[in-house]
Design a protein around this ligand. Sequence first.
Ligand code: FES
Ligand code: FE2
Length: 428
Amino acid sequence: MIPVLESRTLRASPPLDYASLVHADRVHGSLYSLPQVFDDEMDAIFHKGWVYVGHESEIPKPGDYVSRRMGKQSMILTRGADQEIALLYDRCPHRGNKICPADHGSVQSFVCVYHGWAFKPNGEFLMMPAPEGFPEGCDKAALSMARAPRLESYGGFVFASLAPQGISLDRHLGRGKTMIDMLNGLSPEGRVRLDAGWMKHRLHGNWKGLVENHVDGYHPQIVHGSLLRANKPFAGVRDRKDTSASRVRDLGNGHAELDFAADFRQRNVMLGWTGGVSTERLPNYVDAMRQAYGEAEANRRLIDGPPHAAIFPNLLLAEMNIMFIEPLSEKETLQQTTAVMMEGGAELNPRTLRRCEGALGPAGFLISDDAEITDIVQQGVSNTLPEWLLLKRGMHDEVVEEGGTRAGGLKDETTQRAFWSHYKNVMA
Ligand code: FES
Ligand SMILES: [Fe+2]
């Protein structure tokens, strides 16, 4: 059994009372800046809870691997000879050397560069140099790399928990699953690939601020004003007036959604979410969608488009882009971004890739705005007064939709309240 890292037990400081730091309409500013809060979050959320660690399509063949960070642990997501996916602690069972040779790649075996022990891609011990020095009958299992005790996929997205017990992934994802279904449902084959390569941004801000910003419908006209003004078709769809038909939703368990579909439906235009590409320019893709789902259902999907949602704690669905975050400290976060490639979407995929680069690439319009605001927010929250940050917007006219989902207008802080109410449950 793998012990879950408990930084708390190594510390002398008294435990924080999270119930008193998070309220329905406000949160305490110290939650963004105290190292002790970061340590507690890594234990309670990133080690014990379910965390997104990768996509099946990133490691399609036996021996493929990607290196990932889960809380404070370096991990390796790998595919074994039997096609089974495993998440290994990146640590040699001999004397603790780090094993993973690169960010991603493919191996026949992992070989430790210290004394040369070798392990199968699934982490099982394979061989060691000069084995005669070890006692007879050594337990081979004890010589293997350690695995995350729980690993599961939903719709190709792989999640793990370092706690041997806890709620199932199915229960954790809950209504968040509909967001993954919506994305996969834009592929005529019902599957997406995340194999276009990852762009990494090291952002100077607390991880929670990034998640909140991702589902914040209030800031785009201000923070991304220059982009909206420069890009008329985009600005037309996302006009961000309070009259927008778009909605924000609390999907439960900390998951939240910005739902733009209502605006697309009002305009009744297919593929509005591609930036205005007409169906005539993607005839094979549109055809394949109609063949797969029937004309009416395919048309509905092509109007509604992909989801914009945050899956607690670290997976961000950004229409045709996927991001995931790895917290590095209370004031630094690594964000990785890729474009969503649709299986059966050969005409669409190159356009998606170019749009992703333009918005979120090294010189991307959106990422530069959001990276800068992240930095400025972190500087602000490091000052101590006023003590509380507000989450009140739209609280008075939220509605409860069928199924119990809380919803508000596009600029309302329903999504931030969704994050914090779950955070409080987990942390307190
Ligand atoms: S530390 Fe890995 S083989 Fe010795
Ligand atoms: Fe933004």
